[in-house]
Design a binder for this molecule. Structure first.
Ligand code: GLC
Ligand code: CA
Length: 558
């Protein structure tokens, strides 16, 4: 077996606190409702901090809690320095930062600066007249020669990305919903206002940001910009903006910054992240968007093979062997639940949930857990289009109907991909509304809450306990160093059913092997095993066969 040269990679890099961290994402609207209005809130998060500590996480990523009309559940911000009423107050926010700190946890916020809400005062000013000094803080264009929108670009949520404003007889651009007008990053005053706002939050004691949709901030309106299709991310020139953002706002501090950065190519990856990059790490999409149809259509899913998933993961891991750092994730608030996406319906359960956890958690990078993932939460059922809350789901449903889908087929197809799958209330226990609230929740709870809930967490066989063990391995065990800094090496590359890799440093070699399929699978391990560190079932002594979804973490003979 070919061993990679590991010495060079170990000597050069500077180490950062976030390389050893485990991050947990909270979608506040669905986490815990402290005041019984059916909506999760900041006091609810505070009340559950002990739970987060129990898992063993270090960093909380809080999805947006800023003042917002909630067209896109807070990703449409009308005051960056205010807290949405339904979530609480600035005092609650300060209390959350302090209470998290008391438990040794840091907090990162969502930074949404590609766009604001159309109800943000900046936009209210900008839209009044063409000569207003803030006109240029947003993107306004004249009608085209036929009186229509300036070009044929489509918004990510469907329809034209241009909205006509009769008052000034111009269109404004919105990459997302029409209630989310795009900021014009070409304007230096706007950029300065953004940096000032970022400093203000850092002064409040937060430890960094998840940077929303950031590769959309550069718009290129040349001839090539007149193609039909969804607005493109990561266009030429975006690097100039990202360099300034990073230098002005991030570099002076010791932050964790994780970018949602669609469009970044494998070749660019190492220059975007790590020591010399714009961000600590970024979320890649290849491994979660395997099933996504052309132009992001959910109802025309693409067929994918395990080999596609393996390639997506190993491509970037191999880059991180040399430079940069990974953001490891299978779920977030925009994705369906990983169990429902990757596992066959009759294989969904604790064993497969633990297998998925093992596969991504021990890669090179910082692991992210999305709320409920540690319980094995799954996709929910949608009875009709009325059960969707997410504006993207509703749009995709109507597009499916336009393309000739029956209502039932549209519901199933969009339901499989709906962002609402991730947004159903957190399942705390088996009482009414899964213990999330005494009031009817803003989005219906998943029916399986009587079986899948946090009350079972002390059972040593629970998915929750397993996550605790993975965290212990990464942070406090004899294997912590190799699992954090060790080189990544792919094995069983061509195996159609199993996924396997090795993490290796000067003193230890750890293998992760997993059967990704709902059947018995034979494997031929190219190494000798010294010790079984962790399994989700009961791997046979010879390691030549794995039961459905079986996995193991093995220490190898060096
Ligand atoms: C990001 C967010 C998503 C939101 C969009 C617009 O993709 O993760 O939830 O709808 O940006 O802000
Ligand atoms: Ca509430």
């Amino acid at each position: 077996m070919a061993q990679q040269p590991i010495a060079e990679a170990f000597t050069t890099t500077k180490r950062s606190w976030w390389e050893k961290s485990i991050v947990y994402q909270i979608y506040p609207k669905s986490f815990y409702d402290s005041n019984q209005d059916g909506i999760g809130d900041l006091q609810g998060v505070i009340q559950k901090l002990d739970y987060l500590q129990e898992i063993g996480i270090d960093v909380i990523w809080l999805s947006p809690v800023y003042t917002s009309p909630m067209d896109d559940n807070g990703y449409d911000i009308s005051d960056y320095q205010g807290i949405a009423e339904e979530f609480g107050t600035m005092e609650d926010m300060e209390q959350l930062i302090a209470e998290a700190d008391r438990r040794g946890m840091k907090l990162i916020m969502d930074l949404v600066v590609n766009h604001t809400s159309d109800e943000h005062p900046w936009f209210a000013e900008s839209r009044t007249n063409k000569l207003h000094p803030q006109r240029d803080w947003y993107i306004w264009k004249d009608r085209n020669e036929n009186g229509g929108p300036p070009n044929q670009w489509q918004s990510v949520f469907g329809g034209s990305c241009w909205e006509y404003e009769p008052v000034t007889d111009q269109y404004y651009m919105h990459t997302f919903s029409k209630k989310q007008p795009d900021l014009n990053w070409e304007n230096p005053q706007l950029r300065q206002a953004v940096y000032d706002m970022i400093h203000w939050w850092i002064e409040k004691g937060i430890a960094g940001f998840r940077v929303d949709a950031i590769t959309f901030i550069k718009k290129v309106f040349d001839a090539a910009g007149h193609e039909v299709g969804v607005v493109k991310a990561n266009q030429k020139g975006v690097q100039t903006f990202l360099t300034e953002l990073s230098n002005q706002s991030f570099r002076p501090y010791d932050l964790l910054t994780v970018a949602e950065a669609p469009g970044v190519t494998l070749e660019q990856l190492s220059s975007y992240v790590g020591e010399d990059g714009y961000f600590s790490m970024l979320f890649e999409f290849d491994h979660v968007d395997l099933d996504l149809g052309k132009d992001g259509l959910w109802f025309k899913p693409k067929k994918w093979e395990l080999s596609d998933f393996k390639k997506a993961i190993s491509n970037s891991q191999k880059i991180f062997n040399r430079q940069g750092w990974g953001a490891l994730y299978l779920e977030n608030h925009d994705q369906p639940r990983s169990l429902s996406k990757f596992i066959e319906p009759d294989g969904i359960g604790p064993v497969s949930a633990k297998m998925l956890a093992t596969v991504y958690f021990l890669l090179k990078g910082t692991p992210f857990i999305y709320q409920g993932q540690e319980l094995g939460m799954t996709n929910t059922a949608f009875a009709s289009v009325e059960s969707f809350n997410d504006l993207a789901s509703i749009d995709q449903y109507h597009s499916a109907l336009k393309e000739g889908f029956s209502e039932a087929d549209a519901l199933t197809a969009v339901g499989n991909r709906s962002r609402d799958n991730a947004r159903t209330p957190m399942q705390w226990n088996d009482t009414e509304n899964a213990g999330f609230s005494k009031e009817k929740p803003w989005l219906a709870v998943n029916d399986n809450y009587s079986v899948v809930n946090a009350e079972h967490r002390n059972d040593p066989e629970s998915v929750f306990s397993y996550y605790q063990q993975l965290i212990h391995l990464r942070k406090n065990s004899d294997y912590a160093d190799v699992l954090t800094y060790g080189q990544y090496e792919e094995v069983l590359e061509n195996h159609p059913d199993a996924i396997a890799y090795i993490r290796r440093d000067e003193t230890k070699s750890i293998a992760v092997i997993a059967n990704f399929k709902n059947k018995n699978v034979k494997i031929d391990l190219p190494f000798g095993v010294k010790n079984v560190i962790l399994t989700n079932d009961s791997v046979t002594e010879k390691f030549d066969a794995l039961k459905p979804y079986e996995c193991a973490v093995l220490e190898l003979l060096n």
